[in-house]
Design a protein around this ligand. Structure first.
Ligand code: PLP
Length: 377
């Protein structure tokens, strides 16, 4: 039972098949001047066009990266640096991924920006009214994620985007957890910058894309050669970009259907767990959530013991975030939601994907209640 798709997903067969011809045999460097290079360049540019099309962008607005963390670093650091004359106040939310929150905190510590971190409600949602109140004449950038990776809550992105546009403030969206699972349209979301990562939607690990709206100034993070129109130096990961584009197209083609299937499996999990496990609460928003992510808090259970015991029974889940596993810090997301009041409790995130089967959900509903009861002794 693989229920950790929010941490990473299985590479789809279609993506793998698209990548294989670019990984075996002679391959050209897209910057070289021979036929191998031309083939590589063609494959890369086709992939760029496909990714752009899936999110309502132009191909000139897509920069391939090594993934979500690089994308967030590039867009945040690069936009802040390039737009210093517009102000140095930045607004984000308390539930962002560490690649956003820690990056902005580091810039704040260096005195490069002044940072406002918006609180969230008990469901993990940012309030547009709070954002309105936080905007200052020197606010240059707002960064809010599309969907939270620990609890699955969706943010009111287009309302935030509308407000930013009205006030002439740049708007960045970390869409890593939502893309490929929900429709992402940079026009409807009013995003100036947006981050994607392939391995969260059944593409390969180590490749992603940054969307930069035409006219938005962003200084490169990785300097060197002239690849990616001088926006990101380094020999391109052509196979990765092709795999990413193929996976995103595959997810986009049957998105409605897959969304409904995952929503129904999630509902089954929520209903089944809440009705069979005492002292357990659903975390995150009941409706405004990712179709395939459900998360809970179990009172009086140790998180590590719960995950270990589940793993022994063939169930791969997570306490909420792969990035903070192993550190004993409580989740900053659950903390911001006001759910951890010094109580001993175990967060559990079950994240579903394209390859999750209904039988697995039945197994979980059999294994989990027994395991929690056993741990409570
Ligand atoms: C996974 C994730 C990232 C980081 O992406 P990587 O490709 O693993 O670096 C960023 N933001 C969110 C919301 C994520 O879920």
């Amino acid at each position: 039972m693989y229920l950790d798709n929010a941490a990473t997903t299985r590479l789809s067969r279609r993506a793998l098949a698209a990548m294989l011809p670019l990984m075996e045999g002679e391959q050209g460097n897209p910057s070289s001047l021979h036929s191998y290079a031309r083939e590589a360049r063609k494959a890369l540019e086709r992939a760029r066009g496909q990714v752009a099309q899936c999110i309502g962008a132009d191909e000139g607005e897509i920069v391939f990266t090594s993934g979500g963390s690089e994308g967030n670093n590039y867009l945040l650091r690069g936009a802040i640096e390039a737009n210093r004359d517009r102000g140095s106040h930045v607004i984000t939310s308390a539930v962002e991924h560490p690649s956003v929150l820690n990056t902005l905190r580091a810039l704040e510590k260096q005195g490069r920006i002044q940072l406002t971190v918006l609180p969230v409600d008990g469901y993990g949602r940012v309030s547009v009214v709070d954002l309105f109140a936080a905007l200052r004449p020197d606010t240059v950038l707002v960064s809010v994620m599309l969907a939270n990776n620990e609890v699955g809550t969706l943010q009111p992105i287009s309302s935030i985007g509308n407000l930013c546009r009205e006030r002439g403030v740049l708007f960045h969206v970390d869409a890593v957890q939502g893309a490929g699972h929900l429709p992402v349209d940079v026009q409807a979301l009013r995003a100036d910058m947006l981050t994607l990562s392939a391995h969260k939607f059944h593409g390969p690990r180590g490749v992603g894309a940054a969307y930069v709206r035409k006219g938005t100034q962003v200084v490169p993070l990785i300097t060197g050669g002239e690849q990616e129109k001088r926006r990101r130096a380094g020999t391109e990961n052509v196979a990765g970009a092709v795999g990413m584009a193929e996976a995103l197209m595959e997810q986009t083609e049957d998105m409605e259907q897959e969304k409904e299937r995952l929503q129904s499996l999630s509902e089954q999990l929520i209903g089944g767990i809440l009705s069979t496990v005492p002292d357990c609460q659903l975390t995150g928003h009941r409706m405004e959530r990712l179709p395939g992510v459900v998360s809970f808090l179990f009172e009086g259970v140790s998180p590590d013991e719960l995950l270990a015991l589940l793993d022994m029974q063939g169930m791969a889940a997570s306490a909420g975030s792969a990035c903070t596993a192993g550190s004993n810090e409580p989740s900053h997301v659950l903390q911001a939601m006001g759910l951890l009041n010094g109580r001993r409790c175990a967060p559990l995130r079950l994240s579903l994907g394209r390859y999750t089967k209904a039988e697995e959900i039945d197994r979980v509903l059999d294994v989990l209640p027994k395991t929690v009861a056993r741990l409570r002794g």
